[in-house]
Design a protein. Structure first.
Length: 416
């Protein structure tokens, strides 16, 4: 089996994901994706006629985010028409999966040069929701959308699941708030020290002016007292009637009848709603040598893991154990851990279950401080792990994240 190498990784800064308020919200999603694809092309003097495929992740594939964003964005970025593209959806985990599939195609020997990445404009998702509300259409809710399947595997709202997991695991409001504060502090330190500078590409308006060249979401003024004062976000939602007297809370209690909980998650310890995109160039050793490209990392192993869809957010721990076993490594071998902070409880449980050194986990902050552009986040985190390995001199990085439906992809990379 051939090795797959990461040649480069780039991303946009993350803009606040609110229509008309975020610095990127007026742009077409293809603008964000083409920004990172063009950067990959230009930075590596890439002959795009030799790109075998572009594997892209976008969770909400509707309207402007529909129609195979990977292919259309490559065309918008000036790629040769020979460079094909496809778009996938693994909810929040798609940005890791796009890289994993790119690696698999190179490792198999069937392809030599693949670009992986993802885009999500949460501001556009909110605009779609507003359009549905104006048209008096039913809101999109979490779940399978299939009543028969929901009888077998009831699926709740992710925020309600986060609160339920906190109660089930005995994780306090104080613990999740503490993790959130650390995320903000670490993100600000990383920004101040320029740790993201190698990867972040400014996004331009159609007229060539700068739309955004810095992270827009972080709140460095956050304090422990401020977090403690925030009201839980999901307590009322837990009792929301989604039809026939069924609530999100009742869905969970069908599987866990004795579980009672109070809300611990709020806007300050949950992932930020943002717009963003990222791309990674993955090649074989032979392609890199032929085209004068210097690999930055080797993809060691990847894995996918499913878990209970009713609690939804618990698959990262078994996914990490699975990918470590595939790589023949232990948790002690990993120098940089990136676990997406979808909700603080996800990262807190991950650290506790694997008995990790907190100094090695989300070293430069996470989605609580920087934001979570669903389909793009996994690709962003892989690039962040690579940058940190190069900065610190570490060898191995492991990236994983929860995804709707009770899933988690994972990947281990080795710095070269």
């Amino acid at each position: 089996m051939s090795d797959a190498y990461i040649i480069d990784a780039v991303r946009t800064p993350r803009g606040i994901g609110k229509p008309g308020k975020g610095a990127l919200s007026h742009l077409h999603p293809q603008n964000l994706a083409s920004t990172v694809l063009k950067a990959i092309k230009d930075r590596n003097h890439l002959d795009t006629a030799t790109v075998d495929d572009i594997i892209w992740s976008t969770s909400t594939q509707e309207g402007k985010q529909g129609g195979d964003l990977g292919r259309m964005s490559a065309l918008a970025a000036g790629y040769d028409i020979k460079a094909s593209g496809t778009t996938l959806d693994r909810f929040c985990g798609g940005g890791i999966t796009s890289v994993n599939l790119a690696a698999a195609s190179v490792m198999s020997g069937m392809e030599d040069c693949v670009i992986a990445g993802g885009t999500e404009m949460m501001s556009y998702q909110q605009a779609l929701a507003a359009e549905r509300a104006a048209a008096k259409m039913a809101p999109r809710l979490m779940g399978s959308g299939n009543e028969q399947l929901d009888e077998i595997h009831p699926q709740s709202h992710q925020g309600v699941c986060g609160d339920a997991i906190a109660a089930k695991e005995g994780i306090s409001r104080e613990a999740v708030d503490t993790l959130a504060l650390v995320s903000q502090q670490r993100a600000q330190k990383a920004i101040d020290e320029g740790r993201f500078a190698k990867s972040v590409i400014p996004v331009l308006n159609p007229d060539g002016s700068v739309a955004l060249d810095r992270e827009e979401f972080p709140r460095p003024e956050t304090t422990a007292e401020g977090l403690a004062s925030l009201k839980p976000s999901f307590e009322q939602l837990a009792d929301y009637d989604i039809g026939g007297g069924v609530t999100f809370k009742k869905q969970i209690q069908r599987r866990y009848p004795d579980l009672e909980w109070k809300g611990v998650h709020h806007a300050g310890n949950s992932s930020g709603v943002v717009d963003g995109a990222a791309a990674l160039l993955i090649t074989s050793k032979e392609y890199a040598e032929k085209h004068g490209l210097k690999p930055r990392a080797r993809i060691v192993a990847y894995a996918n893991q499913g878990d209970d869809p009713t609690l939804m957010l618990n698959a990262p721990v078994p996914a990490a154990k699975k990918v470590l076993a595939k790589a023949g490594l232990t948790a002690k071998d990993i120098d940089v851990w990136e676990i997406n902070e979808a909700f603080a409880v996800v990262a807190e449980k991950f650290i506790r279950d694997l008995n990790l050194d907190r100094a090695k986990v989300n070293i430069n902050g996470g989605a609580i401080a920087l934001g979570h552009p669903i389909g793009a986040t996994g690709s962003i985190l892989i690039g962040t792990a690579l940058d940190e390995l190069e900065r610190s001199g570490g060898r191995y990085g492991l990236v994983t994240m929860c995804a709707a439906g009770g899933m988690a992809p994972a990947i281990i990379i080795e710095r070269i």
